[in-house]
Design a protein around this ligand. Structure first.
Ligand SMILES: [Zn+2]
Ligand SMILES: [Zn+2]
Length: 394
């Protein structure tokens, strides 16, 4: 068993790493400096390191010495930042305009490094192999798939993989493990309506793509509101609409472009949304005498915990942090995660780590006022260590 206080000597180091990473954020597949820090810390701890896995990913391998064992588990941290400009004004704020750790991946990396250092010093307490998976490009750039394509599971075999993400609003140091549904599928779609542009004063001489686009925005709301089981989550949002020229408001443009996102938790709902966006676009195009070109891109599958592995995370969190700091379920969220790609290959689970109420009222994920709460580093790292001691008990 391990308790957060056992890792207390590592807390200042983890905070230092976290703030250093925060000040030097790197976007997906550009995590050169970040990977450099990860490699240096792992090597210094005596952990076998493979760098350049999925371009900028790093895999550390640590073998327990308590007994001979074939079992291997993976612990994953993501390393990338977002293309946005930080507004926290903190001493460790981003030194790169247009790049920011606004999702707390700096904290995930520092926490897993802290756990790796502690586990390396306590390898006599477990049997089997830990793979520390430092993943690049989680933020919609395909880092998990890149690592898989680069042989993550063949070159570094593991039977199970676990993930952890910070969650503001959840009490500080609390681990919440969804029993099954964690995060939604995240897909994008686009539609182009094309008509015959004409003088705004003589609409009868053309066909109006603007009117078709307006009808489309209204009509697709029925996919969720009228066609999907009210007890089944689904989201269809329009995030982009463009047509015409603001300098020429008296012109009906020939073309209007729309784009948006779609989220679901079940394959059937996801399929339905995809089919209906195209069908509604075609129907509305026919109604208005224009054409519609629809495209739908599947980006991330839903992230769903394997219930037996979620229960293991709950057990490890309870042993490490105490029952008051653990929730054995959490409602699904409609964000997306490419951890789903790992779970499609090996079973595992994903947990939320509470970071408490944000210091800034707007300090939620992907907000320029976000900052990872360093007070969560210790319970987070201790939880990782507790999970390893439990899963690889001799
Ligand atoms: Zn994010
Ligand atoms: Zn994130």
């Amino acid at each position: 068993m391990v308790k957060p206080e056992d890792l207390a000597p590592l807390a200042p180091l983890m905070t230092e790493w976290r703030r250093d990473l925060h000040a030097h954020p790197e976007l997906g597949f550009e995590e050169e400096r970040t990977a450099g820090l990860v490699v240096a810390v792992l090597r210094q701890a005596g952990i076998e390191v493979a760098a350049g896995i999925g371009r900028t990913g790093v895999v550390g391998t640590l073998r327990g010495t308590a007994a001979a064992a074939d079992r291997a588990i993976g612990l994953r941290a993501d390393m990338d930042a977002l293309a946005m400009t930080e507004a926290t004004g903190l001493p460790w704020a981003s030194t790169h305009p247009g790049r920011m750790h606004a999702c707390g991946h700096d904290g995930h990396t520092a926490m897993l490094l802290g756990a790796a250092v502690w586990l390396a010093a306590h390898r006599h307490r477990f049997a089997g192999t830990v793979r520390f998976v430092f993943q690049p490009a989680e933020e919609s750039r395909g880092g998990a798939d890149a690592m898989i394509a680069d042989g993550l599971f063949t070159r570094f075999p593991m039977q199970t993989i676990y993930g952890l993400h910070n969650l503001p609003g959840l009490p500080l140091g609390t681990i919440a493990v969804p029993r099954q549904r964690v995060l939604a599928s995240s897909d994008s779609w686009a539609v182009v309506f094309r008509g015959h542009g004409t003088h705004g004063a003589k609409p009868h001489l053309g066909t109006d793509a603007v009117l078709a686009a307006a009808a489309f925005v209204q009509a697709i709301q029925a996919i969720v509101a009228r066609e999907t089981d009210p007890l089944e989550p689904a989201v269809v949002s329009v995030g982009h609409i463009a047509g015409g020229d603001p300098a020429a408001p008296n012109v009906i443009p020939a073309e209007v472009r729309l784009g948006g996102t779609a989220r679901a938790f079940s394959a059937a709902v996801r399929d339905h949304i995809e089919a209906r966006l195209a069908a509604i676009a075609a129907g509305i195009a026919a109604t208005h005498g224009v054409t519609a070109d629809t495209s739908y891109t599947r980006r991330l599958s839903p992230t769903c915990n394997h219930p037996a592995y979620a229960a293991r995370m709950v057990a490890a969190a309870t042993a490490t942090l105490g029952v008051a700091q653990v929730r054995d379920d959490h409602p699904p969220l409609t964000a997306g995660e490419d951890f789903s790609s790992f779970l499609a290959i090996v079973p595992g689970a994903y947990a939320w780590l509470g970071t408490g109420e944000p210091a800034h009222p707007e300090g939620v994920h992907h907000n320029p006022h976000f900052d990872f709460n360093d007070a969560a580093l210790l319970p987070g790292a201790a939880f990782w260590c507790g999970l390893v001691l439990q899963e690889l008990a001799p």
